[in-house]
Write a protein that binds this ligand. Structure first.
Ligand code: 1CP
Length: 348
């Protein structure tokens, strides 16, 4: 039996592929509307106001760590800070999704993007990372994040949320040069922005490609992979590790290795064993169905325990991180999140 590790040691060991006492756990959207304290903070502060206050972002990022046996924190921010820094005018209306004042439709819209100074305007996020890092006092792992270029392009072209992001998918085929140019700009800003988060203390960063799964393999390879490589190359040159989450991206698994990332966060519909066989040396995170957390404590316990057994099958659970296959749903009872984390901790 291995000695009991503390959370940060365990998280770093999982990232570097060394032996762990058990896989570490963190959860996508572990801070958010399902927590009463988060809702309390949001009564007194707008979403952007919350994101710009290091005290408040640290408070909401720490709350899940105080409640549950989690091994890592994720900085509190949003992927849409990048379009906002580029001057697209992002707002969050009460109870609705985000809205962008200036959509990307043609070359003139792209020329109007305020690329110069965009990374400086994102400094509040690395400030939030720094503030949180200090509060964690070396006890927990810390993740930074950003939207993947295609997912950002999807919001920029649509001007808000959508189920199918048709406008972005049309653009790839109707104005491929414009799409490539926009993806390149988003990638270059994101690379510098993520490096700033690493410098501020993030142990790793995750790219959220929430809408990448809408594309077929050919388009993902043509448009998304080169844009992601524009991020991983400079970060790898600095020794940073990059994780990639592609929601609904199981069909893309055979080509995701081309993106040159260090690990994948698997969607709940992806098959863990298949992913592990294909990528034996990558860090794999995931991939419990967030719906389980609405199903009650017993189903959560059973599924978590089964996942941990599958993780142990290859290399005794090295390079494995327990997570969900997408973010925690806002109607989740915190009790089931506690059950998930307790079950993971009991496997040490
Ligand atoms: O308080 C509120 O009403 C705002 C709700 C909210 C929260 C809690 C938004 C608006 N963003 C966030 C925080 C957030 N967003 C985090 C940090 C929290 C944590 O993980 O603990 C992260 C990592 C994100 C990332 C994010 N934002 C993604 C990628 C991950 C995913 O869930 O797929 C996406 C697609 C967004 C866009 C966004 N921001 C907010 C909303 C409601 C949405 C979805 C918009 C839509 O398409 O409908």
């Amino acid at each position: 039996m291995m000695h009991h590790m503390d959370s940060r040691e365990r998280f770093l060991a999982a990232l570097s592929g060394s032996t762990v006492d058990r896989p570490p756990v963190w959860l996508m959207r572990q801070a958010g509307r399902y927590l009463p304290d988060y809702r309390e903070v949001r009564k007194g502060a707008g979403f952007w106001e919350l994101c710009h206050s290091p005290e408040l972002t640290t408070r909401v990022a720490l709350e899940p760590l105080a409640r549950f046996k989690l091994d890592a924190a994720i900085v509190f921010s949003d992927i849409l800070v990048v379009p906002e820094a580029l001057g697209l005018g992002v707002t969050f209306g009460a109870g609705e999704g985000p809205q962008l004042a200036r959509r990307l439709e043609g070359p003139a819209d792209l020329s109007a993007w305020k690329v110069e100074g965009a990374v400086d305007r994102l400094k509040f996020v690395s400030d939030a990372v720094k503030h949180l890092k200090t509060a964690l006092a070396g006890r927990y792992g810390l993740l930074g994040f950003a939207g993947a270029p295609f997912t950002l392009l999807a919001y920029c072209t649509e001007g808000g949320g959508s189920d199918d992001f048709l406008k972005a998918r049309v653009m790839l085929h109707q104005q491929p040069a414009l799409a490539e140019k926009a993806l390149g700009i988003l990638a270059d800003v994101t690379a510098q922005y993520l490096e700033a988060q690493c410098e501020a203390g993030a142990d790793t960063v995750q790219l959220f490609d929430t809408w990448g799964g809408l594309l077929d393999r050919e388009d993902y390879l043509r448009f998304c992979v080169p844009a992601i490589r524009r991020i991983t190359e400079p970060l790898h040159a600095k020794g940073r590790k990059v994780m990639l989450f592609v929601r609904g991206g199981q069909h893309l698994l055979p080509v995701l290795g081309e993106a040159d990332v260090d690990g994948f966060s698997l969607d709940w519909r992806a098959d863990w064993r298949e992913a592990r066989t294909r990528y034996p040396k990558h860090v794999l995170q995931g991939n419990l169905d967030p719906a389980l957390l609405l199903a009650g404590v017993a189903p959560v316990r059973a599924a978590t325990s089964a996942l941990l057994r599958v993780m142990r099958e290859a290399d005794n659970g090295k390079r494995c991180i327990v997570n969900l296959g997408h973010g925690i749903h806002k109607d989740t009872n915190p009790e089931t999140v506690a059950a998930l984390c307790d079950e993971v901790a009991s496997h040490g």
